[in-house]
Design a protein around this ligand. Structure first.
Ligand code: Z5A
Length: 203
């Protein structure tokens, strides 16, 4: 089972993943937790560049770095795990590229799809999307302290990203599970956990 987690800044992906890690480990259900960018050693080096506020990147250069990270991730982590029938949960994946580089940076969706198809990527069985207003997400990030190269973008950038995600999710209800991320974290966790368990039971 291949699950991805998506959403904009500060929606609570990392917090939710920590809770899911504890839950599945307690229940002895094998789950591999991974992320983009930075799921591999090579990807961690790429992630440093992508998040470095002192670096200016052209939108295409940013996209190529994201895709290089993904190619490493697919070949070194995702495909080997899927071959072993392991359950995987990735914090961000292809939809982040369509949302951030496509809707956010303005790169043509067809160009992105063409480039991503070159990666021959496995498709997720389920994507959990955490939805939150841009203002609340950015407030949470501000309270947390440190910001990165993406978080210095303006509200309009993040509004475009959220609008894109919502369009994608509502157009494909069979593939996506939307969670209102303004709910308390224990409710968000229960909804995500129950959704994953029912998907595992289906398989
Ligand atoms: N990126 C891209 O552009 N294209 C791509 O294809 C891919 C990625 C794959 C990765 O950064 C960046 O890469 C990302 C997009 C870009 N943009 N940025 N920035 P990252 O992995 O470092 O950042 P992120 O994925 O956006 O996550 P984040 O900013 O760290 O947020 P989060 O993990 O979703 O949230 P959190 O850290 O769990 O929670 C934030 C705070 O809110 C924290 O203090 C929590 O205690 C609090 N919180 C969490 N849940 C709740 C609830 N339910 N209520 C109240 N407070 C809460």
């Amino acid at each position: 089972m291949f699950i991805t987690l998506e959403g904009s800044e500060g929606v609570g992906k990392s917090t939710l993943i920590d809770l899911l890690k504890d839950y599945f480990s307690d229940k002895k259900i094998d789950f591999l937790f991974t992320r983009e960018p930075g799921g591999t050693k090579e990807g961690q080096a790429i992630r440093k560049i992508l998040l470095d506020k002192s670096i200016e990147l052209n939108s295409y250069s940013e996209t190529f770095l994201i895709l290089a990270d993904r190619y490493e991730h697919i070949n070194k982590i995702i495909n080997p795990a899927l071959k072993k029938n392991q359950n995987i949960l990735s914090d961000r994946y292809i939809d982040s590229t369509l949302a951030y580089q496509g809707a956010g940076r303005g790169i043509d969706q067809k160009d992105l799809e063409f480039l991503m198809n070159l990666l021959n990527y496995p498709k997720p069985d389920l994507t959990i999307y955490l939805d939150l207003s841009v203002e609340e997400g950015l407030n949470r990030v501000k309270k947390r302290g440190k910001s990165d190269r993406f978080e210095k973008e303006d509200l309009i950038f993040f509004e475009k990203i959220r609008k894109f995600y919502l369009k994608l999710v509502t157009a494909n209800p069979e593939k996506y599970f939307l969670i209102d991320a303004s709910k308390p974290i224990d409710e968000v966790f229960d909804l995500a956990k129950n959704c994953i368990l029912s998907k595992l039971n289906e398989k």
